[in-house]
Design a protein. Structure first.
Length: 237
């Protein structure tokens, strides 16, 4: 049996991002790190890691050099980005923002994260709708709050995850200003393995700056044919 973790993909829950951070939100970050610390290594549902992963898209001069596993900030990060080749820059710019946040949380926790196949434990960052409330970051979208509720219900109802229903909801995420692409890729991968997937044990489900933030864990067991596809996985736990 292997595990998976769903963590918030909002950068506001990273260290030293939110200047108005409260004790409550700091506690949410601690719960994310506690979950990540339950395994020494995780896999993201992507084919390969980028050379660097940073928050430049949000105007934050911070990021990881994944070739050396070093965090760079300020001028050092700017210099690193400027030193990238055109190919390296293209690879870095193509990475989903949720992947970047997950990598930064994992680095701060001190656990390893690789591409698909590096571990049987899947890390699935999600960003629910940023348009589900009047004071949310984006202008409200009709049905966004109900969409968030449907996603959480699909992940948590029953003992076994209704994987196809989750994938269907993920496909609607963009129209609701939610980023569920990594969750969709991870669940689709498990479906292809013929896996039996547990529902999510929620560790927290709270609003941070009027965006619903979900964090939880689950487990999955591969079918016999799927297990053969996992031979050679580096899962040290």
């Amino acid at each position: 049996m292997s595990g998976f973790a769903i963590i918030p993909a909002a950068p506001v829950l990273l260290d030293d991002i939110d200047r108005t951070e409260t004790v409550r939100t700091a506690g949410l970050r601690a719960k994310i790190r506690e979950i990540l610390g339950t395994h020494s290594n995780w896999a993201l549902p992507i084919d390969t890691l980028p050379p660097v992963a940073g928050l430049g898209g949000w105007g934050i001069d911070r990021g990881l050099d994944l070739r050396t596993d070093r965090l760079h900030t300020g001028g050092a990060w700017v210099e690193l980005v400027e030193s990238l080749t055109e190919t390296e820059r293209s690879l870095a710019e193509a990475v989903d923002s949720a992947i970047i946040v997950a990598l930064l949380h994992a680095h701060a926790t001190g656990v390893e994260v690789g591409a698909l196949g590096s571990s049987a434990n899947l890390l699935l960052p999600v960003d629910l709708s940023g348009a589900a409330a009047e004071e949310a970051p984006l202008a409200p979208v009709d049905g966004a709050a109900e969409f968030d509720t449907a996603v959480v219900a699909a992940l948590t109802a029953g003992a076994t995850l209704e994987a196809a229903a989750v994938v269907d909801l993920c496909a609607q995420g963009e129209s609701m200003h939610a980023n569920l692409s990594v969750l969709e890729a991870g669940i689709q991968h498990l479906i292809e393995q013929g896996a039996e997937i547990s529902s999510v044990d929620v560790r927290f489900d709270e609003r941070v700056h009027d965006v619903r933030s979900l964090c939880g864990t689950g487990s999955w067991t591969a079918a016999e044919t799927g297990a053969l596809q996992h031979q050679g996985v580096n899962d040290r736990d």
